[in-house]
Design a protein around this ligand. Sequence first.
Ligand SMILES: Cc1cc2nc3c(=O)[nH]c(=O)nc-3n(C[C@H](O)[C@H](O)[C@H](O)COP(=O)(O)OP(=O)(O)OC[C@H]3O[C@@H](n4cnc5c(N)ncnc54)[C@H](O)[C@@H]3O)c2cc1C
Length: 466
Amino acid sequence: MQQHKFDTVIVGTGPGGEGAAMKLAKAGQRVAVVERYVRVGGGCTHWGTIPSKALRAGVQRLHRFASDPILSRMCSGSGIGFVDLMQATTAVIQDQSNLRQTFYDRNRVTIIEGHASFLTPRTLLITGPDGVQQVVEAENIILAVGSRPWRPPEVDFGHPRVRDADTILTMDFNPRTMIVYGAGVIGCEYTSIFRALQVKVDLVNTRDKLLAFLDDEIIDALAYHLRDQGVVIRHDEEADRIETRDDGVILHLKSGKRIKADVLLYAMGRTGNTAGLDLEKAGVEYDAGRGRVPVGPSFQTNVPHIYAVGDVVGWPSLASAAYDQGRFAATHILDNGADYALVEDIPTGIFTSPEISSVGRTERELTQAKVPYEVGRAQFRHLARGQITGETVGMLKLLFHRETREILGIHCFGAAASEIIHIGQAIMAQKGPANSLDYFVHTTFNYPTMAEAYRVAALNGINRLF
Ligand SMILES: Cc1cc2nc3c(=O)[nH]c(=O)nc-3n(C[C@H](O)[C@H](O)[C@H](O)COP(=O)(O)OP(=O)(O)OC[C@H]3O[C@@H](n4cnc5c(N)ncnc54)[C@H](O)[C@@H]3O)c2cc1C
């Protein structure tokens, strides 16, 4: 059996693995990445962020056409549905994967195709797709193995009408009705996508509100707009059983209700890809239930030379965060354990309709912490740019300390919310008095733009002070 030695071996080529690999390779380390999928890019590129966002972009284009009085004539009766749009996303996935491959090639990172499992704390057994095995040894190992949809054993995921976030992408029919079971970020995003395709969606939530980690006003706005679009939201419901038939699926709820649809999307959370890694052989502790690997602030596991980054460590389970965590772990290796910390205020981008983004604390959190804050709001319908583009649904809300004017939280919904948030994030990240609402009052922005929302919201907030 072949045996190779590297400074660092990384398992997984999603954003976590890529961030780590590039940082280490550019610093001159001998780096290998192990990937069991046939192409690089990770779940992010092949089953998660990229396909869902490319699909959403296609749906939005179709929606814009269909709602335009002239252009709608071109697509009326075209019958374009999920299957056609999904085919169009394939090109984006390929482009992304090809691009990422060039990063590895250019930086001379060795890519080993196969499934990795531990033999000892410093050696991994790689089993290739042809069954051929090799051993790699490294000073440091970074686990960037990602996550997959959680699948309880009693649900028949082999049935074509029961899907999860991975298998929904290969659905080969256009449903007319759909049940989304689980109203987390993925459930809400797919609800918006399918509703925009005129699919009748029942969104079944096991909790009493949508996305409870968001600011209450944003949660209310999301629920209002989803309902306004025709989505039926059912809060505080739990599945009793899922009955599959040739012509559909019936969700039996513990409350006694029954819902029938062409397809059910099961979106009840995710589990880390730790199965088959043989973590026990390396002495790495993990939570077998949800497959998560606990890490300290430097992303080291309980075995100091083995790091874990990205979805496998749990919150926030975002591609954006995974990439930074990978780079951070790599920096920790290169600087021999230097004591840095990643920024805590990372933005949330939720690509529902309306789009949502926020950074910092919510009103609920500030009230609980007894922080004397004030609120400044700008409605998109009052902005010239919003009126010109017709993107009038939305709001920007700034939460700031009423004495120091320090920005404490930014919450936004509406078109391009996930872009708009970054303007405020840049100011909020400044130290001391540089983080101030006054920046938005004293700075000239381009006009007409959505950035103007910051000036409007800041003035609105300042007018509340006395
Ligand atoms: C539908 C959906 C939409 C999303 N939308 C967004 C979004 O808009 N914005 C955002 O920031 N995040 C989004 N996410 C989350 C984002 O995709 C993940 O947070 C991100 O992919 C995590 O990156 P990662 O590097 O940890 O793992 P992944 O990207 O999952 O990559 C892990 C890789 O490791 C490989 N692997 C696993 N085990 C082994 C092994 N034993 N041996 C060899 N290889 C192995 C896998 O094949 C995979 O390629 C979304 C997720 C989903 C499912």
